[in-house]
Design a protein around this ligand. Structure first.
Ligand SMILES: Cc1cc2nc3c(=O)[nH]c(=O)nc-3n(C[C@H](O)[C@H](O)[C@H](O)COP(=O)(O)OP(=O)(O)OC[C@H]3O[C@@H](n4cnc5c(N)ncnc54)[C@H](O)[C@@H]3O)c2cc1C
Length: 417
């Protein structure tokens, strides 16, 4: 089933009776070439690119709940390529290019909106750091413009420039940054993978990983045993638990991250804005809700809901930056479980068990990574070679200490990233 303007018109005129389900609901087969554990953004994108780029279609995605019910449908939807360090810079640059072709590639409207991202700075030192980051972005082939205070005021006149605790010195503007509709990204990849023959199996929790003589042979699930030549673990906040089924101890802690949305308002915030003196970032959804978030809750947890101290911090930061939002009513808040690595950068690598592959450690930034991660992980699974933009995401960097990518410079402590 292809989407087009003509199709929408025809269905509208004929009672919308021609639409079909976006994917099948198959029974699991007894064996597959590749089993992907986790039907979030990364798992579904991996399945799609395995089929599309490598012709590997005897693949199952096993999801314990429903497709897109994890973090991929819980995030604040920010998409950007403004990373600084070699290793991250080329990966996110590649990922953003895939975003830019995604809707055509998937024939699906994911509402990708490149409305521009502005990171504010509030001191001379921060300006220097952002100028350096901007230069790294430009060197990578991405876009970055350093704005002074008046430049920011022109784009974001609603910020508090006069009476604020942390005066705004300027901002790093990334025009190609923006947002997308998060669950549509999962649905688009699911639809594309299913159309190429991948089995998407929901309500199927993996409860064990079978290993014989150092090689993975399949998985145990709540819907029976499934044999597989290769098994890929892509379960975000549950990475440590699922990897433990194969006897692995990952350098990952799980932490809750919260987000918030207000009632629908008329258009007011037409960029993505992040505050430089506290953890606060905000955009406005197409429905009009102000979508915003802050930092982790600062203790390890598997609870998908957060606590009041962080709610207070986020609201305070928002009020400091743009007091006008005090008039908006918050409708909902929720949490997601983040897979935090010691250096804040992800892992895309083979596990020390033959045939087992790991994709995890996306921390709070894995939504923008969905296409790049799926592409690179599919490449690794299909060829057993690292895809160059993701070649530094090795698991062994945490054992050797070489090649760490500490983007924030906060050191090797999970809850500071
Ligand atoms: C509040 C919040 C805000 C965020 N904001 C941003 C943002 O603005 N920009 C950005 O880039 N990133 C953001 N992120 C991070 C981003 O959402 C995640 O890094 C990313 O979605 C994780 O990858 P995923 O989509 O594959 O995870 P998920 O969608 O969580 O997928 C993992 C799947 O694995 C399944 N699973 C787990 N265990 C098993 C099992 N045993 N068997 C079968 N299936 C299993 C889960 O049910 C889940 O569906 C945010 C996250 C949160 C929570």
């Amino acid at each position: 089933m292809r989407f087009s303007g003509f199709r929408v018109l025809r269905e509208g005129l004929t009672g919308n009776r021609g639409w079909a389900p976006h994917w099948r609901d198959p029974e699991p087969k007894s064996d597959y070439d590749v089993v992907i554990v986790g039907g979030g953004g990364h798992g579904l994108a991996t399945a799609f690119y395995l089929a599309k780029e490598h012709g590997i279609t005897n693949v199952a995605v096993l999801e314990k709940g429903y497709l897109g019910g994890g973090n991929v449908g819980r995030n604040t939807t920010i998409v950007r390529a403004n990373y600084f360090l070699p290793g991250n810079s080329e990966f996110y640059s590649h990922s953003l290019k895939l975003w830019e072709g995604m809707e055509e590639e998937l024939n699906f409207n994911v509402m990708h909106s490149q409305r521009g991202l502005i990171n504010l700075f509030h001191s001379d030192g921060q300006r220097d750091a952002f100028a350096r980051r901007g230069n790294a972005m430009v060197n990578q082939g991405d876009d970055a413009i350093l704005l002074d205070r008046e430049g920011v005021r022109k784009l974001l006149p609603y910020l508090d420039f006069e009476n604020t605790r942390f005066p705004i010195y300027g901002g790093l503007y990334h025009p190609r940054g923006g947002t997308a509709r998060h669950d549509a990204v999962a649905w688009g990849y699911a639809r594309g993978a299913d159309a190429r023959g991948v089995d998407l199996i929901q309500n199927c929790e993996v409860t064990g990983i079978d290993v014989e003589q150092g090689r993975v042979t399949g998985v145990q699930t709540t819907r029976g045993a499934i044999r597989a030549k290769k098994v890929a673990i892509v379960v975000a906040g549950r990475s440590s638990q699922v990897a433990a089924m194969a006897g692995l101890r990952l350098p990952i802690e799980s932490h809750v991250l919260q987000a918030f949305v207000t009632e629908g308002l008329k258009p007011v915030i037409d960029h993505v804005v992040s505050f430089g003196m506290g953890h606060f970032y905000i955009s406005q959804s197409d429905k009009g809700g102000l979508v915003f978030g802050g930092d982790l809750d600062f203790y390890a947890s598997y609870a998908a809901r957060g606590n009041l101290p962080m709610v207070e911090h986020v609201m305070e930061a928002g009020m400091t930056l743009m007091p006008m939002i005090g008039k908006a009513k918050v409708l909902r808040s929720w949490g997601g479980i983040m897979d935090m690595t010691p250096d804040g950068s992800p892992i895309i690598d083979r596990a020390p068990v033959a045939g087992l592959y790991l994709n995890c450690g996306w921390c709070y930034g894995g939504f923008k990574a969905v296409p790049g991660s799926g592409f690179s992980f599919a490449h690794l699974i299909a060829t057993d070679r690292h895809h160059p933009p993701a070649a530094r995401y090795r698991l062994d960097r945490f054992a050797t200490g070489r090649g760490l990518m500490d983007e924030e410079g906060t050191g090797a402590q999970h809850n500071l990233h």
